[in-house]
Design a protein around this ligand. Sequence first.
Ligand code: NAD
Length: 436
Amino acid sequence: MKISVIGTGYVGLVTGTCLAETGNEVICVDIDKEKVKKMRNGEVPIYEPHLDVLFERNIKAGRLRFTTSLEEGLNHGEIIFLALPTPEDEDGSADLSYVLGVAEDIGRLMNDYKVIVDKSTVPVGTAEKVNEVISKNAKCDFDVVSNPEFLREGFAVDDFLKPERIVVGSTSERAIELMKKLYKPYVRSGNPIIIMDEKSAELTKYAANSFLATKITFMNEIANYCEKVGADVSKVRIGMGTDSRIGKRFLFPGIGYGGSCFPKDVKALHKSGKDDNYDFKILESVIDVNATQKLALLPKIKNHFKDNLKGKTFAMWGLAFKPETDDIREAPALDIINELLNEGAKIKAFDPEAMNNVARKCGDKIEFSKTMYDALQGTDALIICTEWSIFRTPDFDKIKNNLTDNVIFDGRNLYDLEDIKKENLSYYSIGREAII
Ligand code: NAD
């Protein structure tokens, strides 16, 4: 099939590449000229495991092309995916200007029947708005479909090729048939393509992300309470998670959720509720608790150093909002860096993939290191912000030989307390006894 994808970020580029992988002819459109130039030269502009192999293979086969011309994209595809940003607006709502702006252009440029598929995360009623905007100028038939994306950064290729479910929101038989045909190769193992109306599809995405953010936040509150009463959250977690009604996943406490999705999606659903006279009390708490949780290590750090961080240097392992990505949007590490710099401390950071993105944001305010051990040299303490696998079994002797004050502040509970006790280190984590 002939497919166009508008927007080549984490969602659009993975969508385009994975659709080409099953034999479709795909054109990806982006307004970022530099990005398109890079992709045309065979360079993947983001870090996403396994994407490079598929990207190269499909470009070589001529099934995956890139352009800055929306017109070229529209002339090519029968199905047009919108994978455009929907960032947080000042009032917490989702900014729809990218989606509606492109919809307006599509209305003017379209010459024959198209299915416009919204993959961006958008509030209930957006498909209707897109429909209205396109209709203003449309000279031909079209359908608007809501097809929210559930891929996770770091597992995006796998998630796209083998999705647990595909949600298609549409009431047009013609569009539904085309979507089923397109997605058939991805659900061979029997996972469902769930057809529903547009509004329910739009809300499904916000409900899923808000539920997951709530699950994380609930566990963070349990962890904070564990610290008050001397319980161990890692034991509570296992005790809870073995109940199949609760499940083991998404129960790991830490320094809060970040990324390009959970923070903005929870806020957008909360704001949509307000606009529709519904007060999502639970989401308000999730937003508040998470903002505090991102800085949960700060009081521990300040306490340990008796409120005097001036002149201290901290090694920081992990900057990305989670492992296996270079994405630093809303990453807790950035909040901690800001606070420490304000207190007069210095930072030497290491992240396997996210350092370039942080350098672009922080400039020379912090120092970057080539390896995780280089980051320790000449520092007082180690702070862990992201649970990259390489941090899980470090050489503790190297840590001890470098840190002036032998202390680790672990925002992701990477180490067993029993192991740490043998190392003769001070260790603060989340929801567990501090080892001093
Ligand atoms: P992104 O910021 O990584 O990428 C967006 C891309 O769109 C950029 O390359 C940008 O240059 C391009 N763009 C902006 N305006 C354009 C225009 N007028 N024409 C063509 N291209 C344009 O965003 P993302 O993370 O891929 O997210 C896209 C949407 O998908 C958002 O609504 C997001 O909430 C949703 N989503 C994201 C994820 C994720 O893990 N990142 C997962 C599921 C859903």
